[in-house]
Design a protein around this ligand. Structure first.
Ligand SMILES: NC(=O)c1ccc[n+]([C@@H]2O[C@H](COP(=O)([O-])OP(=O)(O)OC[C@H]3O[C@@H](n4cnc5c(N)ncnc54)[C@H](OP(=O)(O)O)[C@@H]3O)[C@@H](O)[C@H]2O)c1
Length: 284
C-alpha cells in the first residue's frame, strides 16, 4: 500500500502528509508544480515514477467568493477537470482514488443533518463545481468522495486562526449567527481518510455536533481568554448572512451526518469542542 497525496502544500494536504509521516505509512506527495492536476501527462509521469496504490486528492479551488467572479473558470478547471483527470488515471491503472467533497453541495434548507443520500442543490459556484467533481470520482468503482466542512489545521491559516487573530487584535468582532455547520480538525479528517481508504462511493465526515459561526467565535474568544492570552476583544456581535456583503451565498444549515462513516471507524468521532480545544492549546 502506497499513498499519493496530490496538493501537498494545501491545508489538508500538509496534514495528510503529517499523518502518514507520524504513522509510518508509505507515501509520496506532489505539489501544484510537481504534478498539475490539469496536466494529464504530468500526472501519468508522476504515477509511473512512484506507482502508488491510492491517490488522495487534496488539490482544489477553495475561494468561495472569488469563484463567483474572476475565479469562476479556474474553479471549474480545478474542481471538475482536475478530478476528471485523476479519475481517468486511477481507472486506467486500477488504483484507488480518494477525493474530498464539501457540505456546500447542499442548499442548507434542511432542518436535520444531511446524509449521503440527500438531494444536492448547491447555491454557489464553488458548490456547483465541487458537485460535478465528486460525480466524476464516484462513477469509478474504486473512487471515494469524503464530504467535509469548515476545515482548520496547524499547517495553514484558516477559519479558527482567523478568529483567534481577530479577538487578539480588535475590540469588537462580529460573525454570522444564521450559518450553521461543523468545524472539522484536519488532523481528525486525515485519520478518517486513511481509515476509509478501501471503501468506495460517498461518505460524510466532520467532527461531531454543529455550531453557528457566531457561537464558534464566542467559543474561541472564551477559550483564548481561558488560556490566559492577551485578548483585545470586549464584545462579540451577531450578524445575519443577509446583512453581510459577500459575493457567494452560503447554505444556512449544512450539518453533515456522520452515521455512515461511523460504522467503519474504530473509535467514536470527537465532538467539535474537544478537537478545537486541542488545536487551540497546541497553537497558542
Ligand atoms: N477548507 C475548508 O474549509 C474545506 C471545507 C470543505 C471541503 N474542503 C475541501 O477539502 C479539500 C482540501 O481543501 P484545503 O482547504 O486543504 O485547500 P487549500 O489549502 O486551498 O489547498 C489546495 C491545494 O491545491 C493546490 N492546487 C491548486 N491548483 C493545483 C493544480 N492545478 N494542480 C495541483 N495542485 C493544485 C494548491 O497548490 P498551490 O497553492 O501551489 O496552487 C493548494 O496546495 C478541497 O477539496 C476542498 O474543496 C475544504
Amino acid at each position: 500500500m502506497k499513498f499519493w497525496v496530490v496538493g501537498k502544500d494545501g491545508l489538508l494536504g500538509r496534514e495528510m502528509c503529517d499523518f502518514f509521516d507520524k504513522n509510518g505509512v508509505y507515501f509520496v506527495a506532489s505539489s501544484h508544480g510537481g504534478a498539475d492536476i490539469l496536466d494529464e501527462k504530468a500526472l501519468l509521469a508522476f504515477y509511473n515514477k512512484h506507482k502508488p496504490s491510492h491517490i488522495v486528492n487534496c488539490a482544489a479551488y477553495v475561494n468561495v467568493d472569488e469563484a463567483e467572479g474572476k475565479g469562476k473558470e479556474l474553479a471549474y478547471l480545478l474542481n471538475v477537470e482536475g478530478p476528471k483527470n485523476l479519475t481517468r488515471l486511477a481507472k486506467k491503472e486500477e488504483i484507488r482514488l480518494l477525493h474530498i467533497g464539501t457540505d456546500y453541495v447542499f442548499d442548507g434548507e434542511k432542518k436535520t443533518d444531511y446524509t449521503e443520500t440527500d438531494e444536492t442543490n448547491p447555491i454557489n459556484e464553488y458548490g456547483r463545481t465541487k458537485l460535478l467533481g465528486e460525480r466524476e470520482v464516484i462513477c469509478y468503482e474504486k473512487g471515494l468522495c469524503l464530504r467535509t466542512a469548515s476545515i482548520y489545521g496547524k499547517s495553514k491559516p484558516g477559519i479558527i486562526s482567523g478568529m483567534i487573530d481577530a479577538v487578539k487584535s480588535k475590540e469588537v468582532v462580529q460573525h454570522i449567527s444564521d450559518q450553521i455547520s461543523t468545524p472539522t480538525y484536519a488532523k481528525d479528517l486525515a485519520e478518517a481518510i486513511f481509515q476509509i481508504r478501501d471503501q468506495s462511493g460517498l461518505f460524510h465526515f466532520t467532527n461531531e455536533g454543529s455550531v453557528s459561526r457566531y457561537e464558534l467565535l464566542l467559543y474561541v474568544w472564551h477559550l483564548v481568554k481561558e488560556l490566559g492570552l492577551d485578548v483585545k476583544c470586549r464584545e462579540v456581535k451577531a450578524v445575519l448572512q443577509k446583512d453581510c456583503s459577500r459575493a457567494a451565498k452560503r447554505p444556512l444549515r449544512s450539518v453533515l451526518s456522520n452515521k455512515k462513516i461511523e460504522k467503519f471507524l474504530q473509535k467514536p468521532i470527537r465532538k467539535w469542542e474537544e478537537a478545537l480545544r486541542e488545536y487551540v492549546e497546541e497553537i497558542c
